[in-house]
Design a protein around this ligand. Structure first.
Ligand SMILES: *Cc1c(COP(=O)(O)O)cnc(C)c1O
Length: 247
């Protein structure tokens, strides 16, 4: 894809976020855009990062985009070619314990923490770092069996345990929304993630004070997520175009 096209698509995403924020009476600066780079090669991601930098240089007033990768294999293939642009990479897919070291060479946040075992391993792995690792608890708000994440019922207790682990900073909660054409269903799921977050913040438990983030909403439904309080929306196709069919 042409760099020009990526720039226009990215600008359109920022516009959608700004419109949704205006409708919800929110400040557009409170919502970050994360580019979900799955299946995209380094050249495509570079084009998007350059478009983002150019827009900001021209006065867009938007924060730098974040990058997300679902699979460590792809992160490791893409990230080394983009170090000159110093992007912030987030892991947004299930993370196997044998891939933690590789992931943490590149990623500054793991949004897909859905059980104690992964949280413990991450905590042990970063124990001797000076800066904490940002982690997000992934919640399956729709209950769809194919989706990763802990249940909304179990999420608050898990989050409190994660927040107490050394070396980790609980930054918030992440979900992949319901696959539904009914906006009410989608929004109800996002509202559920917000209630989980609010319950954890209200608990006052150690390490939970920073857990204000809500990573929710994708290309097709970011408006619904922003309406329910998203602080990060994760977009792929809206910026990169359709992904090649899996082989
Ligand atoms: C692919 C993906 C996205 C982006 O999806 P689009 O519909 O392409 O915007 C967001 N979050 C996760 C976890 C993904 O896997």
């Amino acid at each position: 894809m042409e760099t020009r096209d990526v720039a226009a698509r990215l600008a359109r995403v920022h516009e959608r976020v700004a419109d949704a924020c205006a409708t919800a009476g929110r400040d557009a600066h409170d919502v970050r855009v994360l580019l979900a780079a799955k299946t995209m090669d380094a050249a495509a991601v570079r084009a998007a990062l350059l478009a983002d930098a150019a827009a900001r240089a021209a006065g867009s007033g938007t924060a730098p985009v974040l990058l997300g990768e679902n699979r460590v294999q792809e992160l490791v293939a893409t990230a080394p070619d983009l170090t000159d642009l110093v992007p912030e990479w987030h892991v947004i897919g299930p993370l196997q314990s044998n891939k933690i070291n590789a992931a943490l060479r590149w990623a500054c946040a793991v949004q897909s923490v859905a059980d104690d075992a992964l949280a413990l391993r991450l905590s042990q792995r970063v124990r001797d770092r000076t800066a904490p690792l940002d982690v997000w608890v992934q919640v399956n708000v729709s209950g769809e069996p194919t989706k990763h994440g802990t249940s909304p019922a179990e999420a608050p207790d898990l989050a409190v345990r994660v927040a107490a682990l050394p070396g980790l900073r609980l930054a918030g909660f992440m979900t992949v929304g319901a696959r539904s054409d009914d906006e009410r269903v989608v929004r109800a799921g996002y509202a559920r993630l917000r209630s989980v977050r609010d319950a954890v913040l209200a608990s006052g438990a150690p390490g939970t004070a920073d857990a204000q983030g809500l990573s929710m909403g994708m290309s097709g439904d970011l408006e619904a997520a922003v309406a329910e309080g998203a602080t990060v929306v994760r977009v792929g196709t809206a910026v990169f175009g359709a992904r090649p069919a899996p082989r």
